[in-house]
Design a protein around this ligand. Sequence first.
Ligand SMILES: Cc1cc2nc3c(=O)[nH]c(=O)nc-3n(C[C@H](O)[C@H](O)[C@H](O)COP(=O)(O)O)c2cc1C
Length: 175
Amino acid sequence: MGIRDHEAIRAILGRRSIRRFEEKPVEKEKIELLIECGSAAPSAANSRPCHFVVATDRPILNRLAEDHPYGKMLFEAPLAIIVCGNPEKNDFARRYWEEDCSAAMQNILVAAHAIGLDGVWLGVRHAEGCEEAIRKILPIPAHIAVLGIAALGYGKEKKDPHKGIEEGTLHVNGW
Ligand SMILES: Cc1cc2nc3c(=O)[nH]c(=O)nc-3n(C[C@H](O)[C@H](O)[C@H](O)COP(=O)(O)O)c2cc1C
């Protein structure tokens, strides 16, 4: 077995943004495993500021879809995991919650792909009014920040895995 055939490498390179989903719910056991994988991400000074809101109710998913400008696939996705951070937890959380929550989000997406699910990361923080709208729907306390939404489910489209290093992006022993 070559190094490229390793399961973790296949999951990382094989993860693609999938925006069409089957009408099939995601099993509770898988949802819990995804949250466990999100929680296992590295965290600055181990401050662990991440929180996860799981949405499986169709009316809630539809409201998220309505209020996210680029999140219409949530009308179809059976599962959304909203990754949040608590910047007030401590000083490290205040400085690094975005990095910590991004690592958690990526873990969730890679783990999902590894167990036969697909999904897409929906940014929330830089889409005008989006964070506040989502905060109201769920509802998320005012001091908690929303990093993004993982729209997840059994994918209805296939994409090729990633391959190679983007030209001009590798710099060895300095830029
Ligand atoms: C911070 C961030 C925000 C994103 N927001 C959205 C979004 O709102 N809607 C969407 O369809 N895709 C979104 N994406 C997915 C990107 O479009 C996607 O990752 C990119 O096109 C590369 O494709 P790949 O994920 O298949 O490698 C987002 C990705 C990141 C990292």
